[in-house]
Design a protein around this ligand. Structure first.
Ligand SMILES: NC(=O)c1ccc[n+]([C@@H]2O[C@H](COP(=O)([O-])OP(=O)(O)OC[C@H]3O[C@@H](n4cnc5c(N)ncnc54)[C@H](O)[C@@H]3O)[C@@H](O)[C@H]2O)c1
Length: 295
């Protein structure tokens, strides 16, 4: 396990800060340096390798997480849904300097196995997986839960929940030194949320899977957690009826009047997959600017 913090000297004067030799700060700014020695957050994911599933574009929650994972030193493999999605995801993969960019539609037989085979062949191991995908057919999502079709419900459950279970099964042999599996839930799992329909029960099942998977994988030091972000403008969210109105109501409700962002989710996700979170498992953590605490 690497240290979470390292001591550094910060040189500063008149609102300018520099970490490095004081002489350099003075040469660049022309100011006499004041120096403060403190503990700085180290790149806590240095040496870790992670698979990120769910980047569609710049707005994706998974992209916010991938940025934070990279910032903290992790090496990443990412996936894109299909040929149509690839041109949107590829540039982001290049920006993130990802080692692997692979196609993955969890409904296509063999694609998930192919991604894990590639990870095995190129890395031989894996430290964390982010599962940030969800899908429900529009008619089933927009109608009442009790009107949903068996096929629509099963498809939503398969893509949004059971795919996480399948990923865990494939990740397990690659996590021989422990690891962490993360998924994305929503408050609609625990409270009836307007227009969330059948995704509520699906997310409830996902949160329950997290607890059972954590219990089953704990002996191998594999932690399993869910993150529950507040509402954010993404492609998936745009499929929820009257989503803009929900965003406005949420913004009016949260304590600081400001909603959480994908960067906020990334910060929490990066902590959860780090060794600093070694005692956090089976948990659902909210990063929603306090939305779930208000009524
Ligand atoms: N946006 C929000 O308000 C919000 C809030 C809480 C939780 N979430 C959750 O965050 C996760 C990511 O969604 P997002 O909001 O970033 O939207 P997004 O549209 O950016 O991401 C959804 C991803 O799911 C992928 N996907 C859909 N079907 C798939 C399949 N068959 N195989 C593989 N991938 C598939 C899409 O390609 C896309 O990358 C979802 O689980 C969502 O429920 C979103």
């Amino acid at each position: 396990m690497q240290p979470a913090c390292v001591p550094v000297n910060i040189h500063y004067r008149d609102g300018e800060y520099y970490i490095g030799p004081a002489a350099r700060f003075e040469a660049v700014t022309g100011k006499g340096a004041k120096t403060h020695r403190c503990e700085a957050k180290y790149m806590t994911l240095l040496g870790k390798k992670g698979l990120v599933v769910g980047i569609a574009n710049l707005d994706s929650v998974a992209y916010g997480c991938a940025k934070a994972f990279r910032r903290d030193g992790a090496e990443l493999a990412i996936t894109y849904l299909n040929a149509k999605a690839e041109p949107h995801v590829h540039p982001l993969g290049e920006e993130l300097k990802t080692a692997i960019i692979a196609p993955l539609d969890v409904r296509v037989p063999g694609q998930l196995e192919a991604v894990f085979d590639r990870v095995k062949n190129e890395w031989g191991r894996l430290d964390f997986v982010l599962h940030s995908i969800a899908f429900a057919p529009r008619d089933d999502l927009h109608g009442r839960l009790i009107d949903s079709s068996a096929e629509g419900f099963a498809m939503a459950m398969d893509v949004s929940c059971h795919s996480f279970v399948r990923m865990a099964k494939l990740a397990e042999p690659l996590m021989d030194d422990g690891g962490c599996l993360l998924t994305m839930s929503y408050y609609g799992a625990v409270k009836v949320s307007e227009n969330y329909g059948l995704m509520g029960p699906v997310k409830a099942a996902l949160e329950s899977c997290v607890r059972y998977m954590a219990a089953e994988m704990g002996p191998k030091r594999i932690r399993v957690n869910a993150v529950s972000p507040g509402p954010m403008r993404t492609r998936a969210a745009s499929g929820i009826k009257d989503f803009e109105a929900l965003m406005e109501r949420a913004a009016a409700r949260v304590p600081e009047g400001r909603l959480a962002t994908i960067e906020d989710v990334g910060n929490l996700a990066a902590f959860l997959v780090s060794d600093g979170a070694r005692s956090i498992t089976g948990n659902t953590a909210y990063v929603d600017a306090g939305y779930h605490t208000t009524s």
